[in-house]
Ligand binder design. Structure first.
Ligand code: ADP
Length: 252
């Protein structure tokens, strides 16, 4: 059941082990975390700490070994693959580091794509309005190859928002961008939270990007290793430096 006061995204006792026997790797070792509606949270941690696995489980792309993932109160882990895909298409938007636009579709067609995949009618006015919101009203008919990296990522943000999802998952969305274009993409994610009420969960290595969020949660070795509210770049950088010291030598 969906309840209005449910967290937008919640993990309960989430575990994920890849492989079995002596070569098994425990990527997540019992993560409990909730992201309230209309919040922006950054997820940080050293390489190998489980960030990608965390996002893949949140998206229902990877099946956890144990525990639950709830999207707006709906247990993703209780659904079969078709059910997970439907929930993902309707309620989750994605932004990837490499933009992942379809190269032979125009900006407008890329933005429409999630609606088409969800079997919904693409509303040209809605797509145009979203492209205008991300500052690309005059680029609607361009192919991705005719757009800069920052422009492509802004198309990707519009695409992530078109189904009006409760949750937007962003995987290093500024990792391939220079500082000023990164800032414009972060502003869009911030606006998606502040003006549209979306819930953004963003994996990042960048303390400046993380400081755009309301809070940062830290992962170390598959476990939550703390939280920082109202983060500043300096506070995030200081905490990240200390976390590196906690990583078991074998995992480095
Ligand atoms: P991060 O995104 O923080 O770098 P990952 O979630 O990618 O961390 O990885 C966490 C751990 O799980 C690492 O030890 C990694 O080697 C392991 N891992 C990730 N994906 C797989 C996989 N498909 N098969 C085996 N091990 C994996």
């Amino acid at each position: 059941m969906t309840t209005t006061d449910a967290p937008a995204l919640e993990m309960r006792g989430l575990t994920k082990t890849y492989g079995s026997g002596p070569t098994a790797v425990a990527a997540l070792r019992g993560v409990d975390v909730a992201f309230p509606p209309g919040t922006f949270t950054a997820v940080m941690g050293p390489s190998g700490s489980g960030k990608s696995t965390f996002l893949a489980c949140a998206a229902g792309l990877d099946r956890p070994t144990g525990g639950q993932v709830l999207v707006e109160g709906v247990d993703l882990t209780a659904r079969d693959e078709v059910g997970r895909t439907m929930l993902r298409r309707e309620r989750i938007g994605f932004v990837f580091q490499d933009f992942s636009l379809v190269p032979y579709l125009t900006a407008a067609q890329n933005v429409e794509l999630p609606l088409r995949l969800a079997g919904r009618r693409a509303d040209a006015r809605q797509v145009a309005a979203l492209l205008a919101q991300v500052g690309l009203a005059d680029r609607a008919e361009h192919l991705p190859s005719a757009l800069s990296g920052g422009q492509q990522q802004r198309v990707a943000v519009a695409r992530a928002l078109v189904t009006e999802p409760g949750v937007v998952l962003a995987d290093e969305p500024t990792g391939a961008l220079d500082t000023s274009t990164a800032r414009s993409v972060l502003r869009l994610l911030r606006a998606a939270v502040d003006t549209l009420g979306r819930t953004v969960v963003m994996v990042t290595h960048d303390p400046v990007a993380a400081a755009c969020a309301d809070a940062v949660v830290f992962l170390v070795d598959g476990r939550l290793a703390g939280r920082l509210d109202a983060p500043t770049p300096e506070a995030v950088a200081a905490r990240t430096a200390r976390l590196e010291d906690l990583v078991p030598a074998a995992a480095r």
